[in-house]
Design a binder for this molecule. Sequence first.
Ligand SMILES: [Zn+2]
Length: 90
Amino acid sequence: MHDFLLAKEIIDELKKIAVEKKIENIKKVSLGIGLISLAHDGHSEHTEDVSMENLEFGLKNISKNTPFENTEFEIKKTAGNSWKIISVKI
Ligand SMILES: [Zn+2]
């Protein structure tokens, strides 16, 4: 569940970055993914390990019909309780 919610959060963040930096296309994004705490579906915030396969699948789906449709996502597992964008290649 967190994988798909996270995918949406990542695409939203990329949209923000694209607007701020006036970027039209992003070739490649490297992401570091730790444990993700979220509140959803009436549950209070809890932590879950994220499936990298589901996250990749979610990113592909959510980026359809957005400027990131052809963006390559490189996903690395990292320690910690959050996710971050490691690098953006335009
Ligand atoms: Zn959950």
